[in-house]
Write a protein that binds this ligand. Structure first.
Ligand code: 2F8
Ligand code: CA
Length: 309
């Protein structure tokens, strides 16, 4: 068969198919019933072909719905994913901020430590300086006391010259027109033993009956007192007692006490205390205490200056 014949046969068959589709409605006189018969045999019948189309449509619709659901699901998932990524980014940036803050805090701590070390060094230097200055000031204080003693000793010589050639024995100190003896290097004694010592030298325990005397004597005993030791270890007996009658204080010559320089709360006769002692206190007008007469301590003797023989 030639191409031309083939093509005309195809056109004819196609025309028949078109007609077969319309066969339910049109009565086309162009085609014979035999032709119609031919067509109905080569194609499925019109009613039976509708069912697969519907099924196909339903399947396609279901698939479309499924695809749509998948699409929506993927969209949601993508959103969550991108949302999660954003959260991770936020956390990263938060971590970076925290790390920066941590590094800054560490640096601050290092700086603060350096500053602290500098200040501790400075404090240590100031402490040494203070110790040094305190020591110097104590040394100066000692020197001042020494000079004050020398001055009062020299001053005490002035009346000696004006009185003529009256003087004190060697080792005695001329103070307020009287001679005083401080046995700094003797062993401590009881009040009575101390008194006997003074009497053997021609004197008696000291009478401290003026503010000037208590100031001079207190300054003198303070200059011989080691500040590191207790004030009670710098005590000296003097000539005052209430042995004869409790709370009636008398001097060795029997005179009653009129002007006194007791410390606050004294005399308190604490544990039978009948003898007067004076201490290297800051305030010389509060230098006295009554102590038990059998206690051992240093003492102060006094006697009149005498003419040079
Ligand atoms: O507190 C004052 C008191 O101190 C001492 O006793 C704890 C004295 N005693 C002696 O020196 C032995 C008291 O005389 C003094 O009153
Ligand atoms: Ca007392």
């Amino acid at each position: 068969m030639s191409d031309r014949e083939n093509s005309s046969s195809f056109v004819a068959t196609f025309d028949k198919l078109i007609c077969a589709d319309d066969s339910g409605t049109d009565e086309n006189p162009l085609y014979s019933s035999q032709d119609k018969q031919q067509v109905s045999m080569s194609m499925p019948r019109h009613e039976s072909s509708r069912i697969p189309y519907r099924l196909l449509t339903v399947i396609l619709a279901v698939m479309a719905v499924i695809l749509l659901a998948i699409n929506i699901g993927l969209g949601v998932y993508y959103n969550q994913l991108t949302g999660g990524q954003q959260t991770i980014k936020d956390i990263h940036s938060e971590v970076a901020k925290l790390q920066a803050a941590y590094s800054a805090a560490i640096q601050e701590r290092i700086d603060a430590k350096k500053q602290l070390d500098r200040e501790l060094g400075e404090q240590q230097r100031l402490k040494w300086d203070l110790e040094h200055q305190t020591k110097r000031s104590k040394d100066y204080e000692k020197q001042i006391h020494k000079i004050q003693d020398e001055v009062s000793e020299l001053k005490s010589l002035i009346p000696l010259f004006s009185m003529g050639c009256r003087h004190c024995n060697t080792g005695w100190i001329f103070l307020h027109l009287r001679c005083y003896y401080f046995p700094f290097h003797e062993l401590p004694r009881r009040w009575n033993e101390a008194r006997q010592f003074c009497q053997k030298l021609g004197g008696d325990l000291a009478v401290i009956d003026t503010p000037e005397k208590t100031v001079s004597i207190t300054n003198l005993i303070k200059s011989h007192h080691d500040a590191e030791r207790s004030i009670y270890q710098g005590a000296y007996w003097f000539g005052l007692s209430d042995v004869e009658e409790e709370n009636v204080w008398k001097w060795p010559d029997g005179r009653r006490l009129t002007e006194s320089y007791w410390n606050d709360g004294e005399p308190n006769d604490d544990n039978d205390e009948d003898c007067g002692a004076t201490y290297p206190r800051k305030n010389p007008l509060k230098a006295w205490n009554d102590a038990p007469c059998n206690m051992y301590m240093k003492w102060i003797c006094e006697m009149e200056p005498h003419d040079i023989i």
